[in-house]
Design a protein around this ligand. Structure first.
Ligand SMILES: [Ca+2]
Length: 376
């Protein structure tokens, strides 16, 4: 999730450089990154694995005197068996990120429902760059073995895993430099409109650090707490991250684990092995403009054809498709989204996001195959 919630949040900011990836959305639209969407059961904790010499009878620092922080500590102790003095020590390290609160306040506002002409062209240009494409080819060359293994195990072709990691963090260049502890504590206790969500993420972050034996003051990520190459929020980590290199730890900052985790995320959200993502289309009459569009629209292929859509490839009449209308500089583009396109939007609920992932994937694959031919 371009860091999305972190990045997620964001879309507006295509120029935002903290590692949030994808984002094309405003914070309040909230498609969070991969991370977020599912409230999952907290992971099982290993007791006795707390890292860091944190201990305090009460919270000091920026979060001293917050009744909600005290309540959070009590709940974490009761639900998960954390020592209260450990949590008080950890949260005494947390800094309130005023920059984040100011940023979210500025970004909050009416949601733009209809993209302006050219909106897709502008969005696309942020991700279909030489840096992204060449970065993907290089990543494929360096990590081809794990990409191949993930593709075989999960049925997700390498290029789509690369599309996500490219859009989210440009293959690790933009994983974010905000301490996750600061980010999540700030949003959990100083951002009332999403407090419940972020308290849940802070809970899961602390479970993650205990499970994986990480010092909770160390990880950095997006300003919203999305972590690693694929910008997983802590809840996504607990539900879908996998140890893909077999070293006994799930490490979102490590390439092999990130590759396996993105593929696992897709397959757990319904990815269909061997099936297409989108089919190009053209509009043959003006009525098409009246059809509802977007990744969550749903039509039978025959209905679209009857209304003036011409697919670039034959489709079964009963195929279930979304109609995607992209506002390009030179006019509207039409595409038909298959189930796998919808699955990509489970990473970030945005048509633009998923199409950028798709097109970046295709561009990387093309150049990767060319590079292999050139070396033969
Ligand atoms: Ca691992």
């Amino acid at each position: 999730m371009s860091a999305r919630y972190a990045l997620v949040l964001i879309a507006v900011t295509a120029g935002f450089s903290t590692g949030c990836g994808s984002t094309a959305k405003r914070v309040d639209e909230r498609p969070l990154p991969a991370a977020q969407r599912h409230e999952s059961e907290p992971g099982t904790a290993r007791s006795g694995a707390l890292v860091g010499r944190y201990s305090s009878p009460r919270v000091t620092g920026d979060y001293a005197g917050y009744p909600a922080v005290t309540a959070f500590i009590d709940e974490m102790a009761a639900r998960h068996g954390f020592p209260k003095d450990y949590l008080a020590g950890v949260l005494s390290q947390a800094h309130r990120k005023q920059w984040t609160l100011d940023y979210l306040t500025r970004e909050a506002g009416p949601t733009v429902v209809t993209p302006r002409p050219g909106a897709w062209t502008r969005y696309r240009s942020k991700f279909l760059t030489e840096l992204h494409i060449n970065g993907g080819v290089s990543f494929w060359q360096r990590h081809g073995r794990s990409l191949q293994r993930a593709s075989e195990r999960y049925g997700v072709p390498p290029e789509y895993i690369l599309g996500i990691i490219g859009v989210e963090t440009q293959f690790g260049r933009n994983v974010g430099d905000h301490r996750v502890l600061d980010a999540l504590t700030t949003l959990a206790f100083d951002y009332p409109r999403r407090a419940e969500y972020f308290r849940g993420e802070l809970e899961k972050f602390l479970l993650m650090t205990r499970n994986e034996r990480i010092d909770p003051a160390k990880p950095v990520g997006s300003y919203a707490g999305a972590m690693g190459l694929g910008q997983f929020m802590p809840s996504s980590f607990l539900s879908w991250a996998v140890d893909f290199d077999g070293d006994g730890r799930r490490d979102l900052w490590q390439a092999d684990d990130a590759v396996g985790s993105v593929a696992n995320y897709f397959v757990e959200h319904g990815w269909q092995r061997g099936e297409p993502v989108v089919t190009a289309a053209t509009a043959t009459n003006a009525n098409v403009q009246n059809l509802e569009s977007g990744y969550d629209s749903q039509y039978a292929a025959a209905t679209l054809v009857a209304n003036g859509i011409r697919p670039a490839a034959p489709l079964p009449d009963d195929a279930s498709l979304s109609l995607l209308r992209l506002r390009a500089i030179r006019g509207d583009e039409y595409w038909l989204g298959h189930k796998n396109f919808y699955v990509i939007t489970r990473y970030n609920h945005s048509t633009h996001y998923a199409m950028a992932v798709y097109q970046l994937a295709q561009a990387i694959k093309r150049r990767y195959l060319e590079s292999r031919q050139a070396t033969r």
